[in-house]
Design a protein around this ligand. Structure first.
Ligand SMILES: [Zn+2]
Ligand SMILES: [Zn+2]
Ligand SMILES: [Zn+2]
Length: 318
């Protein structure tokens, strides 16, 4: 059983996503490695690859001139498309426009730090060198890692590929060092504070490590697999708990049915990505009378059933 780092609430409902949100306060509270693997790695497809080919030299030029703003803007263009083609690589909240904008602001900071912050650059080069050695050790041509949200998916590797244990482990330890330095730089430069969920350093580290493991697991020996899962602390299992009492609510963002646990204050709608207030009574639409729960901190409400927009203030709960 997992408890929310933010409010202490127990996780009672099954999570439809690897991003586990608290049933009581809607905080991003955990990461489910099993759910991530079940979902698989989505590939963004040829339109994104073409955009990547077009932007890559422009990004290289921006890096050469140490043009932070230009580098960030180019990555913004690239990852706007990546999110469009691969929403399943991100939090289910990514479909909500303000969440998406804030996530892009955070993530383009990270990508820019990878290109420009000297300590991160040095560790990233060290990691890239270990990956080159791995390919040489395997004596086979494995195309570059995918430029996904964490660019760890091994693309184009033959299904029977199995990397030598030691060469793989060198990649893993180089990655752990690189990723930690990257998170520390992100914290120092204020990028972590931009993350649209209220996350801890530790949770972001878990998400990154888990994504790495998910990408590489199919391509290493069974012995390396169990060593990796153990070292990354990813073999903890979820215990079933007795089903909680549920209340039916309707998402004020999209009208989706939300089954919420009794006592919940805010929950995430996995259809539209909004965080919805569910503590107080539902808001009855002045037009059609349909009740719905209003998105958190919304200053106006558009009825998800009839589209009527209500400007007047209504009470929120707290
Ligand atoms: Zn919570
Ligand atoms: Zn919704
Ligand atoms: Zn209505």
């Amino acid at each position: 059983m997992v408890r929310c780092h933010s409010c202490g609430g127990p996780k009672l409902l099954p999570s439809p996503s690897a991003y586990v949100y608290c049933d009581y306060c809607g905080a991003l509270s955990d990461w489910d490695f099993g759910a991530a693997c079940a979902k698989g790695n989505a590939l963004p497809g040829p339109a994104y690859e073409a955009l990547h080919r077009r932007l890559a030299p422009l990004i290289r030029a921006a890096v050469q001139y140490q043009d932070v703003a230009r580098c960030k803007a180019l990555y913004g263009e690239l990852f706007t498309q990546h999110i469009y083609y691969c929403p399943s690589s991100y939090s289910p909240r990514i479909v909500e426009p303000s969440y998406r904008a804030q996530y892009l602001d955070y993530f383009t900071d990270i990508m820019t730090l990878r290109e420009i912050e000297p300590n991160v650059v040095r560790h990233t080069q060290w990691l890239d060198q270990r990956i080159r050695e791995l390919r040489q050790a395997q004596a086979m041509q494995v195309p570059a890692l995918a430029l996904g949200p964490f660019r760890f998916a091994v693309l184009g590797a033959p299904m029977n590929a199995q990397f030598p244990d030691q060469a793989f482990w060198n990649v893993y330890t180089a990655f752990r060092a690189q990723y930690r330095v990257q998170l520390q730089a992100a914290e120092a430069h204020g990028a972590l504070a931009k993350y649209p969920d209220d996350v801890s350093f530790e949770l972001l580290e878990r998400i990154g490590i888990s994504t790495f493991v998910q990408g590489w697991l199919p391509f290493i020996s069974p012995a390396a697999q169990s060593a990796l899962l153990h070292d990354a602390k990813l073999n903890d299992s979820y215990v079933d708990v007795s089903p909680p009492a549920l209340q039916l609510r309707r998402c004020g963002g999209c009208g989706e049915r939300l089954d919420v646990v009794t006592g919940a204050r805010q929950v995430i709608c996995f259809r539209c990505g909004n965080k919805v207030d569910v503590q107080g009574a539902e808001f009855p639409c002045p037009g059609c009378g349909g009740p719905s729960s209003v998105p958190h901190r919304a200053t106006a409400h558009t009825c998800p059933f009839c589209g009527l927009r209500s400007e007047r203030a209504f009470s929120w709960g707290s």
